[in-house]
Design a binder for this molecule. Structure first.
Ligand code: G3P
Ligand code: CA
Length: 311
């Protein structure tokens, strides 16, 4: 039986998911990167989520602050024994004092993607999930669009060890803003399969759920994933690799589709081609030859342009 998302998906172009916003052009997860993605006309905008000390869902990729903010200078000494600064050790009020930068290595201070937005430039801030939802909904209204959100629950076990139930808090926030079911233009994702299963079976969420994957061995778990999830989000190299100039496809997409799971691989980057000759080659092989349903990309404008030209 078809789910709402796949019914919709079957009638439209492949799904374009702005990975951390239009993060190829502006610092990841800033409101500015999300607004740019909205203007590009993507289908979904992604939010990675971590809790603050006072239990507020913050849009940030890692449980750490020191590779995308100036925390090490503004709050010197507030690091843990491992040297890292943790989001969960700071209140929202404190987090709002930080400036967000293009991603860098906290040890070498080198920018991870040197050709992207210059490090430590601008006056970008961290956002809460609620702030981001409000902006996306407001833009949907003014632009007459219906762009969805694609939140990811990060590190549920880490949060549990810190005494926090991140999934419950995020589900409550989503519910408050009208995201309850598969009709509500929200896809919830998580790498932790026990947690995603709990979200469906114990927390009784009716949202469209995507199980993220990262290793080859997980293919044999597909039918289990299908017992609670509506889709999978594999690393794209679990689907296709280029070896000695030839494409080698796995069975992952075929098997997932047989189980009625949509397939949204991550992360397509025009400045990190993973052995492919061009971004267009990567897009063509993955979207059309491998027949995935959509993809996460740091360069959503290029994916939209490619789909417009090839649909
Ligand atoms: O959530 C899809 C993709 O974003 C997974 O990788 O590490 O960028 O969250 P990551
Ligand atoms: Ca993510």
């Amino acid at each position: 039986m078809c789910t709402t998302y796949s019914e919709k998906n079957s009638k439209k172009r492949k799904t374009v998911i702005a990975h951390r916003g239009a993060s190829g052009y502006l610092p990841e997860h800033t409101i500015e990167a999300k607004i740019m993605a909205h203007g590009i006309n993507v289908d979904f905008i992604e939010q990675d989520l971590v809790l603050s000390k006072d239990d507020v869902p913050i849009v940030i990729h890692d449980i750490y602050l020191d590779d995308v903010t100036d925390v090490a200078t503004k709050f010197k000494g507030r690091n843990r024994e491992d040297g890292r600064y943790y989001v969960i050790d700071f209140t929202l009020r404190e987090l709002k004092k930080l400036k967000v930068s293009e991603r860098f290595n906290p040890k070498t201070k080198k920018q991870v993607y040197p050709n992207r937005f210059p490090k430590n430039t601008g006056n970008f801030r961290l956002s809460t999930l609620e702030e981001e939802i409000e902006i996306i909904k407001a833009l949907n209204k003014t632009m007459d669009k219906n762009i969805g959100i694609y939140p990811e629950i990060k590190a549920p076990k880490f949060h549990k060890n810190e005494g926090k139930d991140i999934s419950k808090i995020i589900l409550k926030t989503l519910e408050k803003h009208g995201y309850n079911s598969k009709n509500d233009n929200c896809i919830l994702q998580c790498f932790d399969s026990e947690e995603l299963e709990r979200i469906r079976k114990e927390l009784n969420s009716n949202l469209f759920l995507v199980q993220l994957m990262e290793s080859e061995g997980e293919v044999k778990k597909l039918s289990h994933f299908a017992s609670y999830a509506n889709g999978i989000g594999p690393w794209y190299k679990q689907i296709v690799r280029k070896k000695n100039g030839k494409y080698v496809f796995s069975e992952l997409v075929k098997k997932a589709h047989e189980l009625n799971l949509v397939v949204h691989p991550y992360t397509l980057r025009a400045d990190n081609l993973g052995g492919f000759n061009s971004f267009e080659e990567l897009l063509g092989v993955l979207l059309f030859d491998a027949n995935v349903d959509g993809a996460f990309t740091d360069f959503p404008d290029k994916m939209v342009k490619f789909l417009d030209a090839n649909n």
